[in-house]
Ligand binder design. Structure first.
Ligand code: GTP
Length: 367
């Protein structure tokens, strides 16, 4: 089976993590996010995959090549200007001659694609949209269906009194090739705002495929952090087999007095000093160094991060080559971009985001 993955967005909400890389390439459990998504598709027999790209395409192409290493066949379509979710698929029309999947490149799910394709065929739908429940539908676009599961209405950000369903578009579709005739070529066009409402207007059959299975989008740092935690904690077992323990990469040195409590993933060639406390779920990328007496709880560190003596990191994200000097504190939901240096004795406020390469002088921030 075929799929188009949309990986052309700039990922502005995920900045500063996406200042130097695309959302698809941010590491999740020390692997590019897209690798997890390709594994998910492959698990359902979807191995002919087109990547629709615009922002920093060479990062993705350079890493994945023709897909052989992942056991899939990859093709690439690059947009000079972003064409929107539907325009990007239209751009790959010459490769699409049978019903195919479309996936937003920033979601990870355990939704059963095989069953979804079966329902799509039985319903003779032109499009099927996977639906996932959310707690607060008022901030999303909800999808109303009839008793047979066919879509009757799309409602963008319904007011609380208008809410009739909590099922939202999960960013996974099956599309029949003839639907591409509704999409203008070389013009920015969105499925959600243009193509799907137009199909309803034209009385074309759209199936809603509801699923309670694991689903998350990594649009924001909070959700990116949650995905890392969820996978480590075994909340999506078919996507990642969590060991529930401490996994250490080759060549890492851990001082015997360090106290590491599961679930923790430590990449290759890390050095963990004496008296360090690491409490999972936490992830250290390759070549991180953590000095004496530091505490890391719930944090995700990319590669080559330096953590000084008695530093405290809690539920935060530190991108590649960032440094946090001694006795500084980086609390919940802080995000440090690549090569950020937090000088010693700083206490950041919760949720602080620092752009790549910025240096914070010692003791200049206190909360
Ligand atoms: P924000 O800037 O934070 O809103 O992120 P985004 O634009 O990357 O993501 P958004 O949630 O708006 O889009 C959902 C998915 O569609 C993401 O995986 C994007 O990469 C992808 N996408 C959005 N616009 C385009 C586009 O013009 N072309 C392609 N190929 N993909 C797109």
């Amino acid at each position: 089976m075929k799929a188009v993955i949309l990986v052309g967005g700039e990922g502005t909400r995920l900045r500063p993590l996406t200042c130097n890389t695309t959302k698809a390439m941010v590491p999740v459990l020390n692997k590019p996010f897209l690798e997890h998504l390709l594994g998910y598709l492959k698990g359902h027999g979807v191995t002919d995959i087109i990547l629709a790209m615009s922002y920093l395409p060479h990062h993705i192409q350079g890493h994945f090549g023709d897909g052989t290493k992942m056991g899939v066949r990859l093709s690439y379509r690059i947009e000079e200007e972003p064409l929107g979710t539907a325009g990007a698929v239209k751009n790959a029309e010459d490769l699409l001659d049978e019903p195919f999947f479309v996936l937003n490149g920033d979601i990870l799910a355990d939704i059963d694609l095989t069953a979804m394709m079966r329902h799509h065929r039985q319903a003779k739908a032109k499009v099927s949209i996977a639906l996932t429940p959310v707690e607060d539908p008022t901030i999303y676009g909800v999808v109303e269906t009839d008793a047979q599961g066919m879509v009757v209405r799309f409602v963008e950000k319904p007011k609380r009194e208008e809410v009739t369903t909590n099922m939202i578009n999960a960013g996974i579709y099956i599309v029949e090739p003839e639907v591409l005739d509704y999409i203008p070529p070389a013009k920015p066009t969105m499925f959600e705002r243009y193509v799907f409402p137009l199909l309803l207007e034209k009385d074309e059959a759209i199936l809603g495929y509801p699923s309670e299975s694991y689903w998350i989008d990594i649009g924001t740092p909070e959700k990116y952090l949650r995905l890392n935690h969820d996978l480590l904690l075994g909340k999506a077992p078919s996507l990642f087999k969590a060991t529930g323990g401490v996994q250490t990469g080759d060549g890492s040195q851990i001082n015997p007095s360090a106290n590491i409590k599961a679930s923790v993933l430590i990449g290759e060639e890390c050095v963990i000093g004496p008296g360090v406390e690491i409490k999972g779920p936490a992830i250290l990328g390759p070549k991180c160094e953590v000095d004496e007496g530091a505490t890391i709880e719930g944090a995700v560190l990319w590669d080559n991060v330096r953590v000084g003596k008695k530093v405290i990191l809690r539920n935060c994200i530190a991108a590649s080559h960032s440094e946090i000097h001694e006795e500084s504190e980086v609390p919940d939901n802080c995000v440090l971009g690549d090569k950020v240096v937090v000088g010693k004795n700083n206490k950041l406020a919760q949720g602080t985001r620092i752009r790549p390469d910025k240096r914070i002088a010692p003791g200049s921030i206190s909360f």
